[in-house]
Design a protein around this ligand. Structure first.
Ligand SMILES: NC(=O)c1ccc[n+]([C@@H]2O[C@H](COP(=O)([O-])OP(=O)(O)OC[C@H]3O[C@@H](n4cnc5c(N)ncnc54)[C@H](OP(=O)(O)O)[C@@H]3O)[C@@H](O)[C@H]2O)c1
Length: 204
C-alpha cells in the first residue's frame, strides 16, 4: 500500500516499534523501483505524529494497544483500520467474533478523539507490491465520520486500478472484515490472490 500510494505521489512515512527496522523495510520496498521517484521514509511510530492520515496496519491483536499508546499523536486525525481478525484452521480461514463487532470499531472506541475509517481489507499485499502490474479492485470504505470516509476514498482513488466504494457507517466493518476469511480460503484452495470486483456498479 505504501508503494502504491507513493507511486500516486503521496508522501509516505512507515511506522514501526523500531525506527531502524522501518528504515530497513523501506530499503527493501524501494530497492526494485530505483527510478520511480517514490517518496517513502521509515521513521518509526513518530509517523503517527507527523502524518495527516494514518493507516493502522499492525496484526489485529496489536491494533488497539498500538493505537492506544499513540492516542495523543492521533488526536483529530483520520485513522484507517485495515486489520482482519482471522484464524487458520486446516485449509480454511475463519473470522473471529470480536466483542465490539470489528477491529475498526474497537479502534474507534480506543481513539475517541480520532476519526476511524475502515478500508483495504481485501487488497492483497503481494500483488500491490509489484508496481509493474495494475491491481484492479473495489475497496469497501466505511466510517461513522463522513469527512474521514471522504478523505479515505479520495486517497485510495489516487491509486490506479483501485475503485473505493462508500460502504456506509463503521457498523459495516464487521461483515467487511469477516468476509476476508472467505477470500483467504478461496486463495488457499485455488492458489490465487483474489480480491473484490463488484458487478452492477459499472456506471457509477
Ligand atoms: N498482508 C495482506 O495482504 C493484508 C491485506 C489486507 C489487510 N491486511 C491487514 O493489514 C494488517 C497488517 O498486515 P501485514 O501482513 O503487514 O502484517 P505483519 O507484516 O504481520 O505486521 C505488520 C507490522 O506490524 C508490526 N507489529 C507486529 N506485531 C506487533 C505487535 N505485537 N505490536 C505492535 N506492532 C506489531 C510489525 O512492525 P514492527 O515490528 O516494525 O513494529 C509488522 O511489520 C493486518 O491486520 C492484516 O489483517 C493485510
Amino acid at each position: 500500500l505504501a508503494l502504491r500510494l507513493a507511486e500516486a505521489e503521496v508522501s509516505v512515512l512507515i511506522g514501526s516499534r523500531d525506527p531502524a527496522r522501518a528504515a530497513s523495510v523501506v530499503g527493501e520496498l524501494l530497492e526494485p523501483w530505483p527510478d520511480r521517484g517514490l517518496e517513502v521514509e521509515g521513521v518509526g511510530n513518530k509517523a503517527a505524529a507527523e502524518a495527516d492520515l494514518v493507516v493502522a496496519a499492525t496484526p489485529w491483536e496489536a491494533a488497539v494497544e498500538t493505537a492506544g499508546e499513540l492516542a495523543g499523536e492521533l488526536r483529530g486525525k483520520v485513522v484507517v483500520s485495515v486489520a482482519n481478525a482471522l484464524v487458520k484452521q486446516g485449509r480454511e480461514m475463519l473470522a473471529l467474533a470480536l466483542p465490539r463487532g470489528s477491529v475498526a470499531q474497537a479502534l474507534q472506541v480506543a481513539l475517541p478523539a480520532s476519526k476511524v475509517s475502515a478500508a483495504c481489507h481485501h487488497l492483497p499485499a503481494g500483488p500491490l507490491g509489484n508496481l509493474d502490474k495494475t491491481v484492479y479492485a473495489d475497496v469497501l470504505v466505511c466510517s461513522d465520520h463522513e469527512d474521514a470516509k471522504d478523505a479515505t476514498i479520495a486517497l485510495l482513488a489516487r491509486i490506479e486500478g483501485i475503485r473505493p466504494l462508500d460502504a456506509g457507517s463503521l457498523a459495516a466493518a464487521g461483515p467487511i472484515e469477516a468476509f476476508t476469511a472467505v477470500l483467504a480460503t478461496l486463495n488457499m484452495r485455488y492458489k490465487v490472490r483474489s480480491t473484490l470486483n463488484f458487478a452492477g456498479l459499472e456506471d457509477i
